[in-house]
Design a protein around this ligand. Structure first.
Ligand SMILES: N[C@@H](CCC(=O)N[C@@H](CS)C(=O)NCC(=O)O)C(=O)O
Ligand SMILES: [Fe+2]
Length: 377
């Protein structure tokens, strides 16, 4: 098995899709926000279900699409525990394993480029692969002059952790600026210009003398990546702090699932489910909700299909209550519905699949509201 290797030319970033050939469960390493549509298309083309998004570190040069992929593909987010990525649902420690179908990767703490950075080892029948982030690049390595970087730590990560792997292990870096795609541990150990045959002191002197300019997007990218790429979404911030005042929030308000349920039962409100068709299909349908996907991809200002569908679904005089999985898209959609003249509410916290149904995911099982026995037989 080999990973699918995808490239973002703007930042020279490699994104990797790993999957189990039998179950089609997949994991994506270092996805880039501008490439989210491409990545969703790749998943679809290969018939994959995205189980995890994984970061090697909090990147300084581009913004992750982890949060978007969690929303659009139902993935869970994982990141190294020491990277300050507080929104990731799994905070990985050294030696921990992430499973996707019958496959698994193991987290290896490889600090130096950043203090929390990790590499991931994927052992397959066809050979071993290591995803080295910016710890080990092809004939190079990540810089150590920002984000708690340390040349001495990087030297130890390279020589004691990565170079301790078998020589035949394929190396898949997070970047290459010269069009190279992969290498091996054996080749890097023997010939890497920065570290091969160098003492710690020589390596530190080389790194200290690099004098590279700061990445162009660093000030924007690091904080964004520490919230899985969702920092511009006021909804995500509001949900993280539900009691914070929200001036000019742009819609009628947040309601509990219970209140929404009562309005819906009484015929006062139309319930609109803004998740994608694929998500509904995979995670489950919400009984009584009108399906109307809200697309919130980068650069997408207009959503004409949503506008038209909403006007058709909501008769005059009725409220509209919007729901999604985590409550991010439903807030954006509620703002849009308000602009269209509707009295629009957001369901706080969104919906989650019924835990009893988890074993049967993909079977169009019923959903339930958090804390409410609202199920479809
Ligand atoms: N020119 C790039 C910056 C590239 C850069 O600094 N890359 C980091 C990885 S985030 C690095 O470690 N580069 C190592 C090197 O260029 O040797 C930008 O503005 O984004
Ligand atoms: Fe980096």
């Amino acid at each position: 098995m080999k990973p699918l290797q995808l490239f973002d030319p703007a930042s020279s970033t490699y994104t990797y899709v790993l999957f189990d050939e039998a179950t089609r469960d997949a994991l994506i390493i270092d996805p880039v926000d501008e490439q989210v549509e491409r990545d969703l298309a790749v998943l679809k083309q290969h018939g994959l279900k995205l189980a995890w998004t994984v970061e090697t570190h909090a990147h300084a040069d581009h913004i992750t699409s982890a949060g978007l992929l969690a929303e659009h593909a139902g993935a869970k987010t994982a990141a190294p525990a020491g990277c300050g990525i507080s929104t990731a649902s799994v905070q990985l420690k050294h030696g921990e394993v992430l499973r996707f179908g019958g496959e698994a990767i193991t987290a290896l703490h490889t600090p130096g480029h950043t203090a929390g950075g990790m590499s991931y080892l994927w052992k397959t029948r066809g050979g071993d692969h290591v995803f080295t982030g910016d710890t080990l690049l092809i004939n190079g390595c990540g810089r150590t002059d920002f984000q708690s970087g340390s040349a001495a730590d990087l030297y130890r990560s390279l020589t004691e952790v990565l170079f301790a792997l078998p020589d035949a292990t394929t190396v898949w870096p997070a970047h290459d600026y010269q069009g190279r795609t992969h290498s091996t541990i054996g080749a890097e150990k023997a010939g890497n210009a920065r570290v091969a045959g160098k003492t710690l002191a020589e390596f530190v002197a080389t790194m200290d003398a690099l004098g590279l300019p700061k990445p162009k997007r660093m000030d924007e990218a690091v904080p964004a990546n520490q919230s899985s790429g969702l920092r511009h979404d006021a909804g995500a911030v509001a949900l993280a702090q539900p009691d914070a005042p929200r001036p000019a929030q742009g819609y009628a308000g947040d309601v509990s699932a219970q209140l929404a349920y009562r309005w819906w039962q009484a015929g006062e409100a139309v319930l609109v489910d803004v998740r994608t068709d694929a998500e509904r299909e995979w995670v489950g349908f919400v009984p009584g909700a009108v399906p109307l996907a809200w697309k919130q991809w980068p650069g997408m200002a207009m959503n004409p299909a949503f506008d038209a569908g909403l006007k058709e679904a909501v008769p005059p005089g009725k409220k509209v209550v919007l729901l999604c999985r985590s409550g991010v898209r439903s807030i954006a959609a509620a703002r849009r519905a308000t602009e269209l003249g509707l009295q629009a509410y957001n369901i706080l916290e969104g919906f989650e699949g019924d835990p009893d149904e988890q074993a049967h995911r993909g079977r169009k099982g019923g959903w339930r509201l958090r804390g409410l026995p609202w199920r479809q037989a």
